[in-house]
Design a protein around this ligand. Structure first.
Ligand SMILES: [Zn+2]
Length: 280
């Protein structure tokens, strides 16, 4: 089944800054093995397998996934909560898609969180420094490469707990009412920062702020070109708010692993589009 229209509408109406106070969720975990290696582009035509060995379904399933990641969304069987949001069933995979219509299970916390050895504009040991280990290591590699190019990147905000997000959201609801709060504040469970796979980065030239003009800095430009080489995608691309639910965020890095980040970078699209979680 495909994503319900309700989700889209939600996405459209709740365009905001994913990094600030809000977030939403959207997650789609590719059942187990995202498309990564299947990309048989060049050779795809005609060669080999005529996929119909009609024997086992396992085979056909595999082929299907490999050849067509967008079909992934259609194959998922996930629960929908009382608010109409899909509850992600496999929150621990690095391909997870969390957004305004796909939320993490209540109280979800990554199994392991560490502090990447990179620059932060503050010294304290705060949870927002944390990432999942694989993502932290990838971020260290990215920073090392950026350093070699003379870039001055700083990490500012990574992990954010369900409780922290809930506090933020509840406060906003108390002050402005739910309808209004939903326009700018992410519901708990819907923030990609809760996965420990995201990190917002900036540079002194931006006075460490997270603003779209980051793309005009050398650092922002370098990230747009090279983040995928280290397993990251720029999650919220320019002009895709109707798909992701958020405005352009050239500072928000999301770890997905090198194979997937490269595939997605080559499509020039978003994570939602890659896995078929968009409207239409
Ligand atoms: Zn962010």
């Amino acid at each position: 089944m495909r994503i319900k229209p309700a989700i889209l509408i939600l996405s459209l109406s709740l365009t905001l800054t994913a990094c600030s106070l809000d977030e939403w969720t959207n997650q789609s975990e590719p059942s187990e093995e995202p498309p990564a290696e299947e990309e048989q582009d060049g050779e795809g035509n005609g060669t080999s397998e005529e996929e119909e060995d009609e024997n086992n379904e396992e085979e056909s399933e595999e082929q299907h996934e490999d050849a067509n990641p967008e079909a992934y969304a259609d194959e998922l069987e996930e629960k929908v909560d009382e608010d109409g949001l899909t509850v992600i069933e496999e929150p621990d995979i690095k391909e997870v898609v969390v957004n305004k219509s796909r939320k993490l299970p209540e109280g979800y916390e990554p199994e392991d969180l560490v502090t990447p050895d990179v620059r932060f504009p503050f010294e304290e040991d705060l949870p927002k420094k944390y990432m999942q280990p694989q993502a932290a290591e990838a971020l260290e590699n990215l920073f090392a490469a950026a350093d070699e190019e003379g870039m001055e990147l700083y990490a500012t905000s990574g992990y954010r707990s369900y409780d922290t997000q809930k506090q933020i959201y509840d406060n906003n609801v108390a002050e402005r009412g739910q309808e209004e709060a939903d326009k700018f504040s992410a519901r708990p469970g819907t923030s990609e920062h809760q996965t420990g796979l995201a990190m917002d980065v900036t540079t002194p030239e931006m006075e460490y702020k997270l603003e779209q003009s980051f793309i005009d800095t050398e650092e922002g430009e370098w990230l747009a070109e090279h983040a995928h080489e280290y397993g990251f995608v720029i999650r919220y691309l320019e002009g895709t708010s109707d798909i992701t639910g958020y405005e352009y965020e050239p500072w928000h890095l999301r770890y997905v692993g090198e194979d997937l980040s490269t595939d997605i970078h080559e499509t020039g699209g978003t994570l939602e589009e890659f896995f078929g979680f968009h409207a239409e």
